[in-house]
Design a binder for this molecule. Structure first.
Ligand code: ZN
Length: 150
């Protein structure tokens, strides 16, 4: 039986990339609410970024695979919808990683991740996924995705 070292679980979770934005981990995205050890199993609470976001299923599968590969079998994933995830849970360094990856991080206004121009045009409310909108920069003309602010 494993001991209840939740730090180890956090470490492992931090190696699981966001299925949509591989540059950041599910921990950096801020969807892991907490990890507790209870009755000999780890309870991992997850708050999806957007309810109905198809990535939620992918998150869970990736987390399960990662933990099992590391010999951890005694865990349970719990989806927690309240309080709802907000982009405020995203750390500044995570936003920086998004920018480097070419995605405009959550903010009131979509800023071009290539040239930092604030002069951008909304092309579509939805990008590759419902969590992002699609924009075009008026200065460097590069299209980019903006992580929606919620
Ligand atoms: Zn630009």
């Amino acid at each position: 039986m494993q001991n209840g070292n939740t730090n180890k679980i956090w470490e492992l979770l931090n190696t699981v990339p966001d299925p949509e934005i591989p540059a950041i981990s599910v921990v950096e995205l801020g969807v892991i609410r907490n990890v507790i050890f209870q009755e000999n199993s780890f309870i991992i609470s997850i708050t999806p970024t957007y309810s109905g976001c198809p990535a939620v299923k992918a998150f869970q599968d990736d987390i399960k695979i990662c933990l099992k590969e590391n010999g951890i079998e005694n865990f349970e994933l719990k989806i927690v919808y309240s309080p709802a995830w907000t982009t405020d849970w995203m750390a500044e360094e995570t936003k920086e990683k998004l920018r480097k990856y070419g995605i405009s991080p959550p903010s009131e206004k979509a800023i071009c991740p290539q040239c930092n121009s604030k002069s951008t045009t909304l092309v579509s409310e939805f990008g590759a996924t419902a969590c992002k909108s699609f924009h075009k920069c008026n200065d460097c003309l590069e299209p980019f995705e903006h992580f929606k602010c919620i």
